[in-house]
Design a protein around this ligand. Structure first.
Ligand code: NIG
Ligand code: FE
Length: 395
């Protein structure tokens, strides 16, 4: 089977198509024995293969030979621009140390010292790694610069590889501002925001004990919004806290981690448009308890899954691994987990053109080496992503 590299073809013989165009209580909008027409980088038609006018236009045909096809993964939370690694910190953790996010400053030092070319080459390698595993949309945060020049540089480099760039100047207080968190927030909402915002779509803040208080986080979010950025929050990762309540109150697109939630947090999320983005790579890599996805879903909250790929708490870019962990450890069904890793991520980025396979959407497609999406959780660790198309072009 050879797939054409152009953005106009029929994909037929699909054993199980996950459209995410909800029908009759099936949020995945599953179509068996399906076909998809890709034209000019978008989806032009979906439906049962026996009803498809395949061949009518003399368009090339790719045969999926009974395999499953799903939307490309939407990884709505990564920190891909950094230098160095923290393998020693990971090894120490696996020998009993606890994760406290203090290692962020180690990566800040390595990143500040790296050249543009070094950072560019590393981020491109990681983006290729993501694509090979089926991720077709990636959000990338700054946050390992923490001064005006370095944060601007990271945002500029991220913007070379994605349109979803997030300014995370308020990741932690850098060493040179130790004991002066409010003065650092002044810098973030002033000169740093002005320099970075032309390169970014979003602003984020780490609202957690040891990072920023709710009052500081609120200043960051409100300044970002005033500068035209959408808002998102890191919260409730290491313990109970104000991140979720703040995110919902400010109308954030997403609040990410959500590991330690009160009943009031769950109710607030369920009654809001703020997506709860769960990042099980973090709990896997830090030996923390996993977030309770079942509790959020049963309450009616919208759940997304993302990798949080970063050198400290989750150095994996694998969305299939997130799906497997969510199913095995967090109470999600395979269908819910695949939805959360595709449509859920799109919601978290407030995008309607991705995360689904339906006429008008971008032709971001993943063909699995399996007859069903269930295999993503059923066969953990097995490379099941066989082909990936972004905007209809084979990756
Ligand atoms: O999302 N929580 C804060 N930031 C990252 C960790 C970054 C790091 O440890 O380098 C996270 O887990
Ligand atoms: Fe993160």
């Amino acid at each position: 089977m050879s797939a054409p590299a152009q953005a106009h073809f029929w994909l037929t013989g699909i054993g199980e198509l996950t459209t995410n165009a909800a029908v009759d209580g099936d949020p995945c909008g599953t179509i068996s024995d399906a076909a998809v027409l890709v034209r000019d980088g978008s989806i032009a038609w979906t439906g049962r293969a026996d009803a498809a006018p395949v061949g009518a236009e003399g368009v090339p045909v790719v045969d999926a030979a009974g395999r499953a096809v799903i939307p490309g993964f939407v990884d709505s939370h990564t920190h891909l621009v950094f230098a160095g690694d923290r393998a020693a910190e990971f090894a120490a953790r696996m020998a009993g140390e606890t994760y406290a996010a203090g290692g962020i400053r180690t990566t800040v030092a390595a990143t500040r010292a790296a050249s543009d070319d070094e950072l560019r080459s590393r981020v491109r390698t990681l983006v290729d790694e993501c694509r090979a595993q089926g991720t077709t949309t990636l959000e990338i945060k700054t946050g390992y610069g923490l001064d005006v020049e370095s944060e601007t540089r990271l945002a500029r480099l991220a913007a070379e590889v994605t349109e979803e760039v997030t300014f995370l100047g308020a990741h932690v207080v850098p060493a040179e501002f130790a004991g002066r968190a409010d003065a650092y927030v002044d810098l973030v909402v002033g000169e740093m925001l002005a320099a970075v915002s032309p390169h970014a779509r979003w602003i984020d803040v780490f609202c957690e004990v040891g990072a920023f208080t709710a009052a500081q986080a609120r200043r960051v979010l409100d300044a970002g919004r005033a500068a035209g950025l959408g808002i998102r929050v890191h919260g409730n990762q290491l313990g109970h806290g104000d991140g979720v309540a703040l995110a919902v109150d400010r109308g954030a697109a997403a609040v990410d981690h959500c590991t330690f939630l009160t009943d009031a947090d769950v109710a607030a999320l369920a009654g809001s448009d703020t997506v709860a983005t769960l990042l099980p790579g973090v709990e896997f890599s830090t030996r923390q308890p996993y977030p309770d996805a079942r509790r959020l879903l049963d309450a009616g909250a919208t759940v997304a899954l993302a990798s949080d790929c970063n050198p400290g708490s989750s150095f994996t870019s694998s969305m299939p691994l997130m799906i497997a962990l969510a199913v095995r450890e967090m109470g999600m069904t395979p269908a819910e987990a695949v939805w959360a890793a595709t449509a859920g991520g799109a919601r978290a980025l407030r995008r309607t053109d991705i995360g689904r396979i339906a006429p008008g959407a971008r032709a971001d497609l993943v063909m699995l080496d399996a007859p069903s999406r269930v295999h993503l959780a059923y066969r953990p660790g097995v490379p099941l992503v066989r082909r990936v198309w972004k905007d209809g072009v084979a990756v």
